[in-house]
Design a protein around this ligand. Structure first.
Ligand SMILES: *Cc1c(COP(=O)(O)O)cnc(C)c1O
Length: 398
């Protein structure tokens, strides 16, 4: 039975499946049906479902020590921060429990930066965000999310966000005021329809930020942790942000958020300025350390190779199906844009044992776990093409 529980807020449009077990790229329901997962629990289970190394690290740590609070030092947190810093831009880390919280910390950090580096005694607090962005559901991150559909009915929003057009530096410049302190951008918009920011635009954005003393903040909650074939997407974009947020895949499904900032920026927050009871606890940090152990340079290279194969197959699919208007992505994060609503693709694939997602109305989003091989790719591509083809037999713009 998959009816809605009277005991749970009815905030999710759930599909009629109840999963009880997972392994690698596969999930099993309570009825024993097997599904190939090209969604990874929303870009979370990158190193696969119930990853044995992650599970072992969690079990080992849970038997040692589960929680102490941040009033004390803990070894896994220190190790994880050092590893993240050394594998990125040498910054410092604040740990929280979700993507929204990681962004919340980045927003507070930007405001503190604008308070300390004020203009003629006046605080700077405005943050430039982009059309169709997604940064989370807490009040501050919802305010940063430039999509009306998520904000409707929750006003008044937090003031101080200005929305620029994507890939449009002139539009960013128009958003700048003497109160601007930061720019927040997803290197590839996820919920907004898998829309990559191009390298040139990001380089210009970085230069603009330098010129106006603004923090450049990358929301890598979805693009991070190997998803694009790099530990973080910025690493193939030749633009280093001042602040970077990470979450989703970082602990393969145990809740975590991390805000990375260059030391001079991180040091603007002093003892007592920001905190999280659970943030950076021993168990989740042990899980994240196991994930980072798996994501070696060789493993990341394999993700890029798998991504190239998927990219090639999707381009071929596009050439055969005029209903596909665009194919976008990098690594193992892909969007197949259609000329009509794509929602029907999801149940079609599901009924054939494949989990995919449709975002922004007409973009089929693929976020497979990194372990998918030829067999999984063949099966998924075949089903997705059939699903898309089935749409063309229905009237356009239904
Ligand atoms: C999912 C997501 C978030 C929000 O993360 P939660 O863990 O759901 O709070 C923020 N930013 C981006 C880019 C995301 O994809």
């Amino acid at each position: 039975m998959t009816k809605i529980s009277p005991y749970i807020f009815n905030t999710y449009k759930r599909q009629p499946l109840r999963f009880v077990r997972g392994q690698g790229a596969y999930l099993w329901t309570d009825r024993g049906e097997k599904y190939l997962d090209f969604f990874s629990g929303l870009a979370v289970c990158g190193v696969g479902h119930a990853n044995p190394q992650v599970a072992a690290a969690v079990a080992r740590q849970a038997k040692e020590l589960i929680h102490t609070s941040n009033l004390y030092f803990t070894v896994p947190q220190e190790k994880l921060a050092e590893r993240l810093s050394k594998r990125t831009f040498g910054g410092k880390v604040f740990f929280s429990n979700s993507g929204a919280e990681a962004n919340e910390c980045a927003i507070k950090l930007a405001r503190r930066f604008g308070h300390v580096h004020n203009r003629k005694g006046k605080d700077r607090y405005e943050i430039v965000v982009f059309e169709n962005s997604f940064h989370g559901r807490t009040m501050a991150t919802l305010s940063a999310t430039a999509q009306k559909k998520y904000q409707k009915g929750f006003g008044p929003l937090l003031p101080g966000f200005r929305t620029a057009k994507r890939m449009d530096l002139a539009s960013v410049k128009k958003c700048l005021t003497p109160r601007t302190c930061a720019v927040l951008i997803e290197p590839i918009q996820g919920e907004g329809g898998v829309r990559p920011a191009d390298r040139r635009f990001l380089a210009l954005l970085k230069a603009l930020c330098r010129r106006h003393d603004l923090l450049l903040m990358f929301d890598e909650v979805q693009t991070g942790i190997g998803r694009t074939g790099y530990l973080y997407a910025y690493q193939c974009l030749d633009v280093i942000p001042d602040v970077l947020t990470s979450a989703k895949g970082l602990a393969d499904g145990i809740p975590i958020g991390a805000t990375l900032a260059k030391p001079a920026v991180a040091d603007l927050l002093k003892p007592g300025d920001h905190a999280s009871t659970f943030g950076g606890g021993p168990v989740v940090c042990a899980a994240a350390l196991a994930v980072l152990d798996i994501l070696t340079p060789a493993y990341l290279k394999r993700i890029r190779q798998t991504g190239e194969e998927i990219s090639r197959r999707l381009m071929e699919m596009r050439s055969r199906n005029p209903v596909i208007t665009d194919v976008r992505g990098r690594g193992l994060m892909w969007g197949v844009q259609l000329d009509r609503p794509g929602d029907a693709v999801v149940p079609f694939c599901r009924e054939n044992g494949l989990l995919v997602n449709c975002t922004a109305g007409n973009v089929i989003r693929l976020l497979p776990p990194f372990c998918v091989g030829k067999k999984e790719i063949d099966r998924a591509m075949d089903l997705i093409e059939k699903a898309i083809f089935s749409l063309t037999t229905i009237k356009k713009n239904l």
